[in-house]
Ligand binder design. Structure first.
Ligand code: APR
Length: 242
C-alpha cells in the first residue's frame, strides 16, 4: 500500500489508534534499539543496562547511559511524522489516539494530546525503593545517580525496564482505545516487546503497518506501507482536499 492509499482509509475512519516505536523517532536522529549498525542495542545488550538488576549491580554505568540518551534526545526535534499526527489530532479532536513505546517525549513536544506512554518518560526519575521520610527531606540530592544521603536509596530513570510491569492505567486506556478503534496504524516498531506489541493483536479494526523493514507484526497487518514515518504520515494524514 502507498501512503496515498492509506489516506483513503484514514479519511473514513472514525477512531484511529497509532502505536509507535523507536522507528518513529529515527528521522529525528534518535537511534532505534534493534536496527543493525545504528541500534543502541547493537553496542549494549538490553539485559546489561535496562533492568533493575543491572541498575542495582552498577548504578553509575546505567545512570550515565541514560544521561547520555537524555542529552541526545534533548538536542533533537520532532520530525514531520510527529508533527502530522499532532496536526491531525488538532483538526479532529478525539479521533486519534497516540500510544507510544518511546520514552523520548517527541510526540508530546510535537503537540499530540493525551499521549499514552507505555514505557514511561526518560526525563522523569523516581526512587528505586519506596521513599522513606529521609529521602524526601533533602534537595538537591548528592551523587550520580542522586541518592539519599541518609539511607542510600537511589533515584532511577522513570522508564519501564525489562521484566517490569507497564503502568496499569496507561495500559488499560491503550487497550480500550485499541479495542474501540476502526483503524490502527503501527509505526516504526519491530513488534518483539510485549505487552506493547500485543495491542496490535487486539485491534477493533484493520491494522496497517508503516515500516521500511519486515516486523514481527506483519502477520496481523491488513496492509503494509514500506515507507518511513516522516515520509508516510504527512501524506496519509494530509487534510482532505475540498
Ligand atoms: N520509519 C518507520 N520505521 C522505522 C524507521 C523509520 N524511519 N527506521 C526504522 N524503523 C523500524 C525498524 O525497521 C524496526 O522495525 O523501526 C523498528 C524499530 O524497532 P526497535 O528498535 O525494536 O524498537 P521498538 O519496537 O520501539 O522496541 C520496543 O523495546 O528496547 C525496548 O523499551 C524499548 O520501547 C522499546 C521496546
Amino acid at each position: 500500500m502507498t501512503p496515498r492509499s492509506l489516506r483513503d482509509w484514514v479519511q473514513v475512519a472514525r477512531r484511529i489508534v497509532v502505536l509507535t516505536g523507536a522507528g518513529m523517532s529515527a528521522e529525528s536522529g534518535v537511534p532505534t534499539f534493534r536496527d543493525a549498525q545504528t541500534g543502541l542495542w547493537s553496542k549494549f545488550r538490553p539485559e546489561q543496562l535496562a533492568t533493575e538488576q543491572a541498575f542495582r549491580a552498577d548504578p553509575g554505568l546505567v545512570w550515565d547511559w541514560y544521561e547520555l540518551r537524555r542529552q541526545m534526545i534533548a538536542r533533537v526535534e520532532p520530525n514531520a511524522g510527529h508533527l502530522a499526527l499532532a496536526a491531525f489530532a488538532a483538526r479532529h479532536p478525539g479521533r486519534l489516539t497516540v500510544v507510544t513505546q518511546n520514552v523520548d517525549g517527541l510526540h508530546q513536544r510535537a503537540g499530540s494530546p493525551d499521549v499514552l506512554a507505555l514505557h514511561g518518560n526518560i526525563f522523569e526519575d523516581r526512587w528505586l525503593d519506596p521513599a522513606r521520610p529521609c529521602c524526601l527531606a533533602q534537595t538537591p540530592l548528592p551523587g550520580r545517580p542522586p541518592r539519599c544521603a541518609a539511607c542510600a536509596n537511589l533515584r532511577r530513570p522513570g522508564v519501564v525496564w525489562f521484566g517490569e510491569a507497564l503502568p496499569v492505567q496507561v495500559l488499560e486506556q491503550a487497550e480500550q482505545a485499541v479495542r474501540e478503534c476502526d483503524l490502527m496504524l503501527v509505526v516504526g516498531t519491530s513488534g518483539v516487546v510485549y505487552p506493547a506489541a500485543g495491542l496490535a493483536r487486539q485491534a477493533g479494526g484493520p491494522v496497517v503497518i508503516v515500516n521500511p523493514q519486515p516486523s514481527e507484526l506483519d502477520d496481523v497487518a491488513r496492509a503494509i506501507v514500506r515507507s518511513t514515518a516522516a515520509h508516510c504520515l504527512p501524506v496519509a494524514l494530509e487534510p482532505q482536499s475540498t
